[in-house]
Design a protein around this ligand. Sequence first.
Ligand SMILES: O=C(O)c1ccccc1N[C@@H]1O[C@H](COP(=O)(O)O)[C@@H](O)[C@H]1O
Length: 208
Amino acid sequence: MIRVKVCGTTSVHDAVLSAEAGADALGFIFAPVSKRLVSARVARDAGLGVGPAVARVGVFLNQGLDEVLRTAEAARVSAVQLHGPLSRLYVEEVAAYYPVLRVVRPADLAGHSGVWTGGSGVTPMLDAPEPGGGVPLDWAALRPHFPPGAWLAGGLGPANVAEAIRALRPGAVDAVSRLESAPGVKDAAAVRAFVQAVRGADCGSYPQ
Ligand SMILES: O=C(O)c1ccccc1N[C@@H]1O[C@H](COP(=O)(O)O)[C@@H](O)[C@H]1O
């Protein structure tokens, strides 16, 4: 089953909304540059609000190792998503404590950048160069390099996620900007439509 991550959760209300829509994972963005920045306290409360069956992913962008581990612990996340030009050692340090989603760009998969994309406890996630920017990747171009089981993000929404799934069969899909009514605020109808589109594509048909 293809899993669904709804990212950019900033409130208990939106966490419950996404969980009730059928999301398998919620993303909490702890990168200070983000318009969806959330505190560890709110993320922890949101996680408690949805229960342990829903994964809670802490999202970080080029932040110090101590900050990542301290925030992840305070927020009680179950996995960590790492963006930025990070060393292999750094990623392995985080992976010693949490399952890691290592965000890479298409150029990284072609083997040109030297970015390390895998390892024990580390799952690659393909995303656009500007995270949270709502710009889809070129799925056809990605296909020859797409690692089995990798997660897919970048401009996904209810209208295009089925096509992306058919093109790449990712292990999970992840979205934020096309599921919002304003930055950091979920659009309930879009979240529900997104999950339904994934479920429909996953079993080869669309829901009635
Ligand atoms: O969304 C952000 O503001 C953000 C900031 C810093 C790191 C990651 C961020 N978002 C991630 O980008 C993907 C894709 O977003 P979109 O669907 O293209 O808008 C999102 O799922 C987050 O994991």
